[in-house]
Write a protein that binds this ligand. Structure first.
Ligand code: MN
Length: 211
């Protein structure tokens, strides 16, 4: 494969985009020199279901070499009238984006995690330069409209910072659905439920102990 000089979502110079943002934001360590010649790939997102002390959803979107993250209780919705109040949580490493596991007791967030959705996204507002920077600047301004191409989620969404905190809403478009979509609370990777992940974890522990 020869290197793409254009991303899927807009023309920009792959040799300039990510390093300049990384340096500008200080959100990640400077990349290795070899990374400057890598093709620009679409930004990714992942939605996890996580049953820790309470069942919740973790939305993580890639920008500037990390996963910016929000947590909220319900599943996402395609209904533009549904407002989901979200809490911004710490960035997560991209390496763990697709991990599905049972976080052991005694660790933060102990409990099962499944990948409920994943895919790519792009900011909707016109921008100069690169997508990473557009995303970071939009969020710093308290409003990001973005288009997602996931397995479950499709279309435009809005993350907005209000005096009461962040909220996630569906934008009006061809994927908006007023009637409630009956999402399955299952992994789009493996079809497993949270209970499945929980049960497999304890089965494996018992097997390792020779029980
Ligand atoms: Mn979580």
């Amino acid at each position: 494969m020869n290197g793409h000089k254009r991303s899927l979502y807009g023309a920009h110079d792959a040799t300039l985009s990510r390093p300049s943002l990384l340096l500008a934001t200080g959100m990640a360590a400077p990349p290795q020199p070899g990374l400057f010649s890598l093709p620009v790939l679409p930004l990714r997102f992942v939605v996890k279901r996580h049953r820790a002390s309470k069942l919740h959803t973790d939305l993580r979107i890639e920008a500037a070499g990390t996963l910016l993250s929000w947590a909220f209780y319900p599943l996402p919705s395609l209904d533009p009238a549904k407002i989901i109040h979200a809490r911004e949580v710490g960035d997560h490493q991209i390496d763990y984006a697709m991990s599905e596991r049972r976080i052991p007791d005694g660790s933060y967030g102990a409990g099962p995690v499944i990948v409920w959705d994943y895919g790519t996204y792009r900011p909707l507002a016109p921008f100069d330069g690169n997508e990473d920077r557009a995303v970071v600047e939009a969020l710093q301004g308290g409003l990001l409209d973005f288009w997602v191409e996931g397995v479950n989620l499709k279309g435009g969404f809005r993350l907005e910072l209000t005096p009461k905190g962040w909220r996630l809403t569906k934008l009006e478009d061809e994927f908006a659905a007023v009637e409630r979509v009956r999402w399955e609370d299952r992994s789009v990777l493996t079809g497993r439920s949270l209970d499945d992940v929980e049960r497999e974890y304890w089965d494996e522990l018992r097997r390792l102990r020779g029980e």
